[in-house]
Design a protein around this ligand. Structure first.
Ligand SMILES: [Zn+2]
Ligand SMILES: [Zn+2]
Length: 372
């Protein structure tokens, strides 16, 4: 069986923004974020480079995965009022440090991620795919897979070269549920740590061992801080930048000292007098909002679009993703285990198509081709 969808078709059935993160939104019609007090917390092993959900389960954060489909999400177009934060006077932090090669942190990934200035913004071009394995460990899977995204040209990421503190920060506890709020220096977008139902995406089993997964456009992104990038960027360099332009550092201060006194947005003014955020291994994990001046509705604008190439996937209860391989030549293989048997999704990406071969755990094979 084979069929294809063009972009206009794949968008005609819903009213969500093409770059939202609505893994479940076809069945829901409102946003109902939980109060942050409802967000389970956990304390993973200090310094652990990757996430360990078993720790969360041992500490009592079990059961969230079972309620996923009962939650809600997805606003309708036109309900979010545009707000523009205004810079406060008297605060003029320095921009994040730059190097001759570009922007600190990003230069460690210069082979795959291009950062350059254009007017008053940094532009970052990338395809969103990291070099580390993706998807492994996800127990709450919507059958999406990582497909390279065209974040180039007008569809590049952008954030201010000179961030300014806003009079009214925007909290990620009550907003910013659509689109990215930050960009990791390896070119992977970072979304709100709460999914669009207000649940902690990590504790819900939606994320792989690096804190990432794919949205409905098969777009790979993180929902937690990429603390694993600390080693690649080296001491003193950011692991990500929030879309307000403020840098996000890892588990230590830029000068190597321990992190202290983070505000509710996971940030503070550093020793050098500049505001910055930190990644943490418990909620809010990443910037808990945007303290800098941004243009935002329920998502920061402008930001790249991620056109969906196919209809949103259905949940596959009982499946655990067990491996992901980049086979070269733009071919990939994802395997999952279900009831003791292995199923797989093999796919090859070309400039214009994605060819899929789906194999169910009981051996049924289906091929599908979608245009992109
Ligand atoms: Zn997501
Ligand atoms: Zn700091």
């Amino acid at each position: 069986m084979s069929h294809s969808h063009d972009h206009s078709h794949s968008h005609s059935h819903d009213h969500s923004h093409p770059h939202d993160d609505s893994h479940y939104d076809r069945h829901h019609d409102h946003v109902h974020p939980h109060h942050p007090g409802h967000v389970a917390r956990r304390t993973p092993p200090h310094g652990s480079p990757v996430l360990d959900r078993r720790t969360a389960i041992r500490t009592g954060a079990v059961g969230l995965g079972a309620i996923l489909l009962a939650a809600c999400s997805s606003n309708t177009t036109g309900t979010a009022a545009a707000t523009t934060a205004v810079a406060s006077s008297g605060t003029a932090p320095e921009p994040a440090s730059t190097t001759a090669d570009g922007l600190a942190g990003f230069d460690a990934f210069a082979d795959t991620v291009a950062a350059f200035t254009s007017g008053e913004v940094w532009m970052v071009e990338c395809n969103s795919l990291p070099t580390h394995p993706m998807m492994v460990g996800i127990t709450n899977w919507q059958q999406q897979v990582p497909i390279p995204q065209d974040y180039t040209g007008d569809n590049a990421w952008r954030f201010p070269i000179t961030p300014e503190l806003a009079d009214e920060p925007i909290s990620a506890r009550t907003g910013l549920f659509r689109g990215a709020i930050a960009l990791a220096v390896n070119g992977v977008p970072i979304f709100n740590a709460l999914n669009n139902r207000g649940d902690d995406a990590f504790l819900a089993g939606e994320l792989d061992e690096f804190g990432g997964h794919c949205g409905r456009a098969d777009d790979y992104h993180y929902h937690t801080a990429p603390l694993h990038l600390q080693e690649a960027v080296g001491e003193g360099n950011p692991i990500a930048y929030a879309l307000d332009g403020f840098a996000i550092y890892g588990s230590t201060e830029p000068d190597g000292r321990p992190v202290e006194d983070l505000d509710e947005y996971n940030g503070h003014v550093g020793a050098e007098g500049t505001y910055h955020y930190h990644g943490t291994s418990s909620y809010p994990y990443i910037n808990g909002g945007l303290v800098g001046v941004v243009q935002a509705t329920d998502q920061v604008e402008p930001q790249p679009t991620t056109p969906a190439i196919r209809n949103a996937g259905e949940p596959l209860p009982g499946a655990t993703i067990t491996s992901f391989e980049d086979l070269g030549d733009n071919s990939y293989r994802l395997e999952f285990e279900m009831d003791g048997a292995i199923g797989s999704t093999d796919y090859t990406v070309t400039d214009t198509t994605v060819d899929f071969v789906f194999t169910t755990p009981d051996g049924q094979v289906t091929t599908e081709t979608y245009s992109r």
